[in-house]
Design a protein. Structure first.
Length: 172
């Protein structure tokens, strides 16, 4: 016959096995699973962590998009400046991409997409007053001024704070 191990409560004339919980009135109940209070506490803590981490994630993704757009803007401006130094004029608005990518040697490998919409279309337009979507549809890509605007280029983004509009990039 197997020996049965008992807990401290056996000395008090209450017999409860180790995996049982004894209540104050002396009855023993088995504990299988978690109580409702434990489950609620886990859900509250998980909700708290999510409510802290999601806004931080969104803020960091916005900063990453801004940094990418600034870096791509610098690359485009450097390619435009190199083209101007070699050719004595700015790339043509209609053949902007071909002027920069198909030259020998190329000034830039490919026209990058802006950091917000990832569209690499270049619109030939006054970059300071670049419309949100010159050809209809959603904003995105780049607005390039050509010779009339000293080769100025800006991202084609709406000018609201949520998407960090193109006017805010004019200082870079």
């Amino acid at each position: 016959m197997a020996s049965r191990s008992f807990t401290f409560f056996e000395q008090q004339n209450f017999v409860c096995v180790k995996e049982e919980i004894m209540f104050l009135h002396g009855t023993c109940l088995r504990k299988n699973g978690y109580t409702l209070l434990e489950m609620v506490m886990v859900l509250v803590l998980a909700g708290l962590l999510v409510s802290i981490s999601v806004p931080m994630y969104m803020r960091h993704t916005l900063h990453a998009k801004i940094a990418r757009t600034k870096a791509d803007l610098e690359r485009l401006r450097a390619a435009i400046a190199a083209f101007y130094a070699q050719e004595g004029q700015y790339p043509s608005g209609m053949t902007f991409s071909d002027d920069l990518t198909l030259a020998v040697p190329p000034f830039i490998d490919e026209i990058p997409g802006d950091g917000f919409t990832d569209i690499n279309t270049v619109y030939y337009h006054n970059p300071i007053f670049c419309p949100d979507s010159p050809q209809g549809g959603t904003p995105g890509g780049w607005c390039y001024g050509g010779d009339g605007y000293d080769g100025a280029i800006l991202p084609n983004l709406p000018d609201d704070d949520a998407s960090y509009g193109s006017q805010k990039f004019s200082e870079y």
